[in-house]
Design a protein around this ligand. Structure first.
Ligand code: CUA
Length: 311
């Protein structure tokens, strides 16, 4: 039925192609005239310059035509932009939270993911929050783009009209790892979405039954976007790797002084709650913010269980 990936594709593309079309016509027209005049009015062909003192016709033509053109541009722009401002009442409400440098999406039933899942052909309204600096929520395939300003509470919405996975990334330079701040939006048919939603709700509601602290620690680390900066396989990204940390000696800088500490439970906890207290040598201070409001003591102990397995 639809060929566009979202309900905003047509209007956005129309405005874009109209503006590009007009710009190309003017570029060719002006360049062509310029080249013609170089030959037609050079010194050999036209030794005596003609002085022109104003032309009402010309003035009117080059005022009226561009005015009409920009009014048409405004019309296309407004027609496309205005529906983006108001989400339908029945839209599914999801909260998107950005922080340096990861995404988190919270659904009406309380589950959280680091990839955005949405049902096909259903309006989805997003509340956009930032926990630190200005980020920007961007899904190019859907023509959806909105800044996430701390304390501002911006919103956006869309209807995904084609099944598939599409890029979702931050498009406002937000510091060192801005370029790592990407994820995906997965569009599932309603039936598959409902199944996924119920499955996720189950695992969230019964943490004791899923029971395995290592698996849960791993899930927490993925869900909170830690893996954007910390690898599990020894690769150096923005922060130190998780591999081989637990139970080993680490060289850190504390209050400007180097010291060696043992990476035990207490050290891991401090690194999560107060990441700039001990900064591992070779890494920058101030890159990570505290996760105290996101991760409980229990969450941290699960993460520690997971880290113990990465030797
Ligand atoms: Cu967040 Cu760039």
């Amino acid at each position: 039925m639809y060929s566009e990936t979202s309900n905003f594709v047509n209007a956005t593309d129309n405005a874009f192609f109209f503006i590009i079309g007009v710009s190309v016509i003017f570029l060719l027209g002006i360049t062509g005239t310029l080249i013609y005049f170089i030959f037609r009015y050079n010194k050999k062909r036209n030794p005596v310059a003609t002085q022109i003192h104003g032309s009402n016709t010309l003035e009117v033509v080059w005022t009226v035509i561009p005015t009409i053109l920009v009014i048409i541009m405004f019309f296309y722009g407004w027609a496309g932009y205005s529906p983006m401002r108001k989400a339908p009442e029945d839209a599914m409400k999801i909260t998107a939270t950005a922080r340096m440098w990861s995404w988190s999406f919270e659904y009406p039933n309380g589950i959280k993911t680091d990839t955005l899942y949405v049902p096909l052909d259903k309006p989805v309204a997003l509340a956009l929050n930032s926990l630190d600096v200005i980020h920007s929520f961007y899904i190019p395939a859907f023509r959806v783009k909105e800044d996430m300003v701390p304390g501002r509470g911006n919103k956006t919405w869309f209807i995904a009209q084609k099944e598939g996975a599409y890029e979702l990334f931050c498009t406002e330079y937000c510091g060192l790892s801005h370029s790592y701040m990407f994820t995906e939006v997965k569009v599932l048919p309603q039936k598959d979405f409902d199944a996924w939603y119920a499955m996720m709700a189950d695992t969230t509601r019964k943490p004791a039954e899923s029971g395995n602290p290592v698996a849960e620690g791993k899930r927490l680390v993925e869900k909170n976007g830690c893996v954007a900066c910390h690898s599990a396989d020894g690769t150096k990204i923005v922060g130190p790797t998780f591999k081989g940390v637990y139970g080993h000696k680490v060289l850190v800088e504390t209050d400007g002084k180097e010291r060696e500490v043992l990476a035990d439970d207490e050290y891991i906890k401090r690194s999560i709650y107060d990441p700039n207290a001990d900064v591992v040598k070779g890494f920058a201070k101030g890159v990570m913010v505290s996760y105290k409001s996101q991760l409980s003591d229990e969450d941290v102990s699960k993460i520690i269980e997971y880290l113990k397995t990465l030797q």
